[in-house]
Every structure is written in structure tokens, then in C-alpha cells.
Design a protein. Structure first.
Length: 327
């Protein structure tokens, strides 16, 4: 079977390519002009260069494959609305329509848990409504639009399965993700020693990859699957990190109103100096809500076996340390 992969130079995508090769897939990956492909060049795969926004080019390079793993996304939370919608919505529209024209047998689309509204006093599951406009940043809004289009394509005959991973951590986070950046800054003491407690969920990047492979054979087209493992508070997450690294640096819990004021000030300063904020107002709002998840659907239907969270966190820290991110 031949798989076409978008987002192959990313955190999840590079791990997925490895797993596909391990499972004897022929692999064809889409890369942008100028992308760093050193790692991919060392693998027995086919690289094709095209702009995901160029429909005709995408339609052409996607010829000759059987299944699509679509992971390409603009996940920079400080990006403007136009940039998010170009890549996350229009890009998804282009690859799904191309998959349909090229008669692909299955599409596995990796979205985000953020598209599903937070629960009030209970765990989030796949029956949840889409997140509201007021609570979503442009990234989440663009992913909601892309999910809705994907489900429309499924109804028209293109089998599409949607995966909704939570906060993804793990080794080989080369261009550190948002949560990867937070871990680095926490451990190098390059952020203010304050936090707001909240309810979070984390998942190992290797479990997200496993879910992609399992969805191909066990997933039901037209369904969403939350891929999330450990429900944990921010306070306990910081404690786990400190235990792994034997870090004695103190962190102080602060009330939400103070955190809100500090975040407004931080974002304002970032704008003045043309910096990309690591954290935004809407991300602070999201942290305050209940992000605990129910992962039973991914376990029962996909057969996904989640890794031990403490080992995942240790693997993440060790990789950052061995590769010079914690200096």
C-alpha cells in the first residue's frame, strides 16, 4: 500500500513516516520549497515538492497513492486569521479534493482536540459540540472549518477519519511545539516563576502515530477520535517535571485575575517589539477550563494502547537535554 503524507517535516509527521516504513508502506511525502528535509532525505521514501495552496499541483503530485495521512497545519497560535485559514482550511480542502479525484481508499486527518468544546464538570468526549467562536483562537476556528469540510467529503464518498490529539509531547520535537517550548522554558528558568492551575491532557507523539496507523484498519469513516492519555493539573505537571530533573526552582500559583493582567501585558509587549507570544489570552482562558478527556473510544474502537505518561515525560526531557535545548 502506498501512503501520501503531508506535514512530514513536522513533529508528528516525521514520526509517522518512520512508523509507515516500519509497517512496510511505500511512502510519498509532500514538502514545501525551502523545507529542511535532512532527516527525510536519509529515508527510503519519495519526496515531492509542491505548495499545498496550489490545487492543480497538489492534485498532480498525489497521483498513484492509496491512502492519505494529512497532518500539515499552521499551528502557530500567534498567526493571523488569514494565514491560519489558508493552510488549515484551504490546504485541507485541496488535499481532500485531490484524494477524492485520485480515488484514495482512506484519509486519516489529524486535527486537534481544541475543536471540541470543553466539558463542564465532566470529561470531554467525541460527542461534544464544536468549540464556540468566542472561546476559540484563529487556529482552532480554522481547524473546525477544516473538520466540517472533511466530514462533508466523507458524506460524498471519500472515507475520512478525524483524529483529535491533545497536547502532544515526546522525543524529537526539533522545532519545539508550543508545549515543548513551555517545557524548555520551565526547565531553563527562562519564564516568570508563576503559573495558573488548570486541567490539562497530554499524549505521547508516538501514540498519535499509532492512532494514525490503527485508524486506517480499525477506524470508522466519518468519526472523530480523541487521542489523549494523561489528565493532569498544571500544578502536578510542573511537579512531575521537577521530579524528573531534580529541579529545586520554585514556582508560584497565582490567581486567575493576576494571570490575565500579566498575559495582557505580555502580549502587548510582544506586539511592540514584533515578537511572537508563546502564550495568548485565549490560551489562558482555555487553561482555566476543564480539558480533561475521555479516551475510551480510541482504546475500544482503535485498540490504542497508551504509553506510561511518566516515561513519556522523561523521554521528552532526556531528548531536549541530549540535543542541547536545556542549556
Amino acid at each position: 500500500m502506498k501512503a501520501f503524507v503531508t506535514g512530514s517535516t513536522g513533529f508528528i509527521g516525521s514520526h509517522l513516516v518512520d512508523k509507515l516504513i516500519e509497517n512496510s508502506f511505500e511512502v510519498k511525502v509532500l514538502v514545501r520549497h525551502g523545507s529542511k528535509t535532512d532527516y527525510l532525505n536519509s529515508l527510503a521514501i519519495e519526496l515531492v515538492e509542491a505548495d499545498i495552496l496550489d490545487y492543480e499541483a497538489i492534485k498532480e503530485v498525489m497521483r498513484g497513492c492509496d491512502v492519505l495521512f494529512h497532518l500539515a497545519a499552521k499551528a502557530d497560535f500567534s498567526s493571523n486569521k488569514e494565514d491560519c485559514f489558508k493552510i488549515n482550511y484551504q490546504g485541507t480542502k485541496n488535499v481532500l479534493e485531490s484524494a477524492s479525484i485520485n480515488k484514495y481508499k482512506m484519509v486519516v486527518y489529524t486535527s486537534t482536540r481544541g475543536t471540541i468544546s470543553c466539558a463542564q464538570g465532566e470529561f470531554i468526549n467525541e460527542t461534544g459540540k464544536y468549540s464556540s467562536e468566542s472561546s476559540s483562537d484563529d487556529y482552532v476556528k480554522s481547524k473546525i472549518a477544516a473538520e466540517k469540510f472533511a466530514l462533508e467529503m466523507n458524506q460524498k464518498g471519500l472515507p475520512v477519519i478525524i483524529l483529535n490529539p491533545t497536547a502532544v509531547i515526546g522525543p524529537r520535537d526539533v522545532r519545539p511545539s508550543s508545549i515543548g517550548n513551555i517545557i524548555i522554558k520551565l526547565l531553563t528558568h527562562k519564564m516568570l516563576p508563576f503559573y495558573v492551575n488548570g486541567k490539562l491532557n497530554f499524549v505521547d507523539v508516538r501514540n498519535v502515530v499509532d492512532a494514525n496507523i490503527l485508524a486506517l484498519s480499525k477506524g470508522n469513516p466519518g468519526e472523530r477520535y480523541i487521542i489523549g492519555n494523561k489528565n493532569i493539573t498544571m500544578a502536578d505537571f510542573i511537579s512531575e517535571l521537577r521530579n524528573i530533573t531534580d529541579d529545586k526552582h520554585l514556582m508560584f500559583k497565582i490567581p486567575y485575575p493576576i494571570a490575565l493582567f500579566m498575559t495582557y501585558l505580555y502580549v502587548f509587549i510582544c506586539r511592540i517589539f514584533c515578537l511572537k507570544p508563546m502564550f495568548t489570552i485565549k490560551k489562558l482562558h482555555s487553561l482555566r477550563r476543564n480539558n480533561f478527556c475521555n479516551n475510551s473510544k480510541s482504546i475500544n474502537e482503535l485498540g490504542l494502547a497508551y504509553r506510561n505518561f511518566e516515561e513519556t515525560l522523561k523521554d521528552t526531557v532526556v531528548w531536549f537535554k541530549e540535543n542541547g535545548y536545556l542549556k
